[in-house]
Ligand binder design. Structure first.
Ligand SMILES: Nc1ncnc2c1ncn2[C@@H]1O[C@H](COP(=O)(O)OP(=O)(O)OP(=O)(O)O)[C@@H](O)[C@H]1O
Length: 377
């Protein structure tokens, strides 16, 4: 257990800046998730904490101690990689026991080792595999054993790099719950890297969204979901992605009207957004926040172009003015292709971003710095 402070971390590889300026305080026992697309710098950040890369600038403090130039072995940090390294000639049981026999963990009695292995194997659902050799495991099983090898070892900090990436969707969802429970039980500070927003929302005490080497927003799952700081964060959370519709404000101050394409839509301006008549904006609407009524109701009028079944839901693509709006409805709603519909949304679910040209990401107009960002300032 330990607090962790990262200050101004920077790592470049030739002309590539993998991590450009990362600062964050992570609390003792916190489950901290870094969410970002491929190449954002997530793994480099973890390796910087573990001491597996030499940072060009900045510092890493663990438990209040400056670890920036300390050898990885002396940091008391355990890291799980996406690739799953196991000893091929040892059984699963022996693979799990070996981290407890070496170095600073060598002090554990065999009873304590047994207890620890039991706890981790139960959580990861791998007790039945203990006598097998790695070659007798599926990729998903091997990944769980590799994760087990990291988690059996008591450490100040666990660094987990996409540890569920090789599991099928059902097992991933089950393991999310188990991992969360294990994190709470062991109360060990954990930094967890993923590009799966559902995993981030389910697991994180806080989430940092990363883009091109920088942390764009840090906040609780609720803060990041409710108030994404810009359109990049908004699009990173949710599948299908948030609709971003170009609009013009018809009347500012309070209940405004937006012109969407050639139609007008009454949408309340989110509290705190400074907009006036004539301003160009991007209105963000999550597909799951839109309700579909028949064409006679008030709201965004449109026609269903496409209805695609996704399990229990149907994804509708609605042509509304010059815009296409994606909506997620229950398959029982009975709305099909060609239907005339009206889309409505609760005022709280309207996100307003600055206008942009060429599709670049733009900032939230009612942006408030989240508590966690303020703590850093
Ligand atoms: N050893 C290296 N040599 C050169 N470039 C590197 C090296 N490691 C990482 N990079 C580059 O640094 C950037 C960040 O890489 P990193 O692996 O940290 O991203 P990531 O967010 O973990 O991506 P992924 O989700 O694909 O694992 C990328 O552009 C990558 O190509």
């Amino acid at each position: 257990m330990a607090t962790m402070e990262l200050r101004g971390l920077r790592k470049t590889y030739g002309k590539t800046t993998a991590v450009s300026d990362i600062s964050v305080d992570i609390a003792d026992g916190e489950f901290f998730v870094i969410l970002g697309p491929s190449g954002a710098g997530k793994t480099t950040t973890l390796k910087s904490i573990a001491g597996l890369v030499d940072v060009d600038a900045g510092s890493v403090h663990i438990g209040g101690v400056d670890m920036t130039r300390v050898e990885p072995y002396h940091r008391n940090v355990a890291m799980a990689f996406e690739s799953y390294a196991l000893y091929p000639q040892k059984t699963v049981s022996e693979n799990l026991a070996s981290p407890l026999k070496s170095g600073r963990t060598g002090k554990y009695s065999s009873a304590q080792r047994g207890e620890r292995i039991d706890q981790v194997t139960t959580t990861l659902g791998i007790n039945h595999l203990l006598q097998r050799f790695p070659r007798e495991l599926s990729n998903g099983q091997r990944q769980r054993v590799a994760l087990g090898r990291v988690l059996v070892r008591p450490a100040d900090v666990y660094l987990l790099d996409e540890p569920l990436s090789h599991l099928d969707a059902k097992l991933r969802a089950a393991m999310r719950a188990e991992l969360k429970q294990l994190g709470q039980m062991s109360n060990t500070t954990t930094v967890y890297v993923t590009h799966d927003y559902q995993e981030a929302l389910a697991l994180g005490d806080r989430i940092a969204v990363m883009r091109e080497g920088e942390l764009v927003q840090i906040g609780t799952p609720q803060e990041i979901w409710r108030r994404p700081a810009d359109t990049f964060v908004a699009r990173a959370l949710g599948q299908p992605e948030m609709n971003l519709l170009d609009a013009v404000v018809d009347a500012g101050d309070g209940g405004a009207t937006f012109r969407l394409g050639d139609g007008s839509v009454d949408l309340a301006v989110p509290a705190g957004a400074q907009v006036s008549r004539g301003d160009r904006v991007r209105v963000g609407l999550r597909p799951c926040d839109l309700s579909v009524g028949d064409g006679s109701a008030e709201g965004i009028r449109g026609r269903v172009l496409l209805a695609e079944r996704l399990g229990r839901n149907v994804e509708l693509t609605v042509q509304a003015g010059g815009e296409q709006v994606v909506v997620l409805v229950s398959s029982r709603s009975g709305v099909g292709e060609g239907s005339e519909v009206t889309l409505t949304v609760a005022p709280d679910d309207i996100h307003l971003f600055a206008a942009g040209s060429g599709g670049e990401d733009t900032a939230r107009l009612d942006a408030v710095r989240t508590s966690s960002m303020e703590a850093l300032a």
